[in-house]
Each structure stands twice: as structure tokens, then as C-alpha cells.
Design a protein around this ligand. Sequence first.
Ligand code: ADP
Ligand code: ADP
Length: 229
Amino acid sequence: GGTIRFEHIGFSYDPERQILEDVSFEVPAGKMVAIVGPSGAGKSTISRLLLRFYDVTSGRITIDGQDIRDVTQASLRAAIGVVPQDTVLFNDTIFYNIKYGRHDATDEEVIAAAKMAQIDDFVKTLPEGYDTMVGERGLKLSGGEKQRVAIARTILKAPPILILDEATSALDSHTEKEIQDALDRVSKDRTTVVIAHRLSTIIHADTILVLEAGRIVEQGTHAELITKH
Ligand code: ADP
Ligand code: ADP
């Protein structure tokens, strides 16, 4: 499962100003969609609506054909894993930071998730801030490494849908590539991936939505959009 459908979505945070207008798209199960467009276009709003932080003003959003308003919050949360922009690591090894996603996971499952997110070299690492009596010091992980820990955490939970919202983070190109590879693997593993913002990701996405001022102005594969321009 994990097919997402936005059907003629209209949305406003307040009646004065329309944020999304007639937004329709479909992401088949296991595919990757990248939502791009200028700041303020409504990309994050799309993720928020999918998570039902807000209800749509018009139209409907379905997951596997079911209106998300007919699904309990608990099952919606279970179906959608969110990779946050700023991952908070707690004071234990990366292994346990990943296992935090699913306490009953076996060691093998934790390692498999770490491998898929390409953070397995770090499983024994203690994050920055960790100081023991014997003077053992934690390591400062980069933003991309932390994000891969969050991806591994989400993989372990195996939600049908994964959302990665990248409103503000700026990662170097090497880190981008590593995260991209991790996401490619997640998507191959039949998880539907929704990415807002990350420009370099769009090459890998099955569908690119270009959003401007709350409307989809273009929609297609990377190749389709390139040949148009
Ligand atoms: P159906 O509703 O039976 O899928 P439609 O004629 O409405 O048939 O849709 C044809 C195609 O266009 C579908 O494959 C679907 O992916 C796409 N489509 C149509 N309407 C929407 C919509 N509101 N949201 C997303 N995709 C749509
Ligand atoms: P993007 O992710 O593309 O940068 P957003 O979805 O965050 O855009 O925001 C779309 C528009 O909605 C912006 O004009 C923003 O100012 C407005 N907006 C976002 N969140 C809220 C909110 N909670 N209340 C009112 N307006 C909001």
C-alpha cells in the first residue's frame, strides 16, 4: 500500500488567503515524488495536510483509496514516517538511536536499517554531548549524518509512506548524494517517498510537482520537464 492521491485540493489557513488551489496529483505506492517550487509556494503545507495537521478546505486526500478523514490519527501516524529537518539524537549509541524507532526490533533489523540509510559505519558511535566518567567523548555528526540516522529510524518502523521535508536545511553536495542514495533504497523497498524542497533529489523522483503560489504549474518526470524547456 501507500498510494497517495490529492484530489482537487483547496486549502487556506485563514479565510482571507487561499494557499492551495485545485492541487491534484497521485503518487503510486512505492514511488517517489518531489515537490519543488519557490519559498511560500505551499510545499510544506502539502505534507502538513497529508499528516492531517490541518484539514483540507475542499477536495479530498486519500491513501490507498481511503479518505484520510476516515482514518484514525493513530493509524495515519503509523502509515506515515516523517524524517524531521533537525534530528535530535539522545545520549546513546547511534544503534540505540535507530532502535528508538521500534523498541522490539532485533539487532539484525537495526543493522539492516542502518545499512539501508548508509549510516552503518556509525552504529557504535556516541553522539556529541556524550561524556562519561572515564572521559569518553561523543562525536559531532554532520546534518546529513543525523538525517540518515532519522531515515534509518523511519526505515525500521517500515511505514508505507515516508515524508522528507527540507524547508531550510542546506547540505553540501556530498551529503546530498548520500541521502539521495539512502532514499533511493528506501523507495526501492516499496515505500512511497514524498520529498518537499530538495532540488537535487528531483532527478531521482518518479514524479516532480512544480508548485507556484499554491498551484501545480508543471508535473512530470525529470526527463519530461527537461524536454519541455
Ligand atoms: P479514475 O478516477 O478512475 O482514476 P480519472 O479519469 O479521474 O479516472 O483519472 C485518470 C487518471 O488521471 C488517473 O490515472 C489519475 O492518476 C489521474 N487523475 C485524475 N484525477 C485525479 C486527481 N484528482 N488527482 C490525482 N490524479 C488524478
Ligand atoms: P513552502 O513550504 O513552499 O515554503 P509553506 O507551505 O510553508 O510554503 O507556506 C505556504 C504559504 O502559507 C506561505 O505564504 C506561508 O506564509 C503560509 N503559511 C504557512 N503556514 C501558515 C500558518 N500556520 N498560518 C498561516 N499561514 C501560513
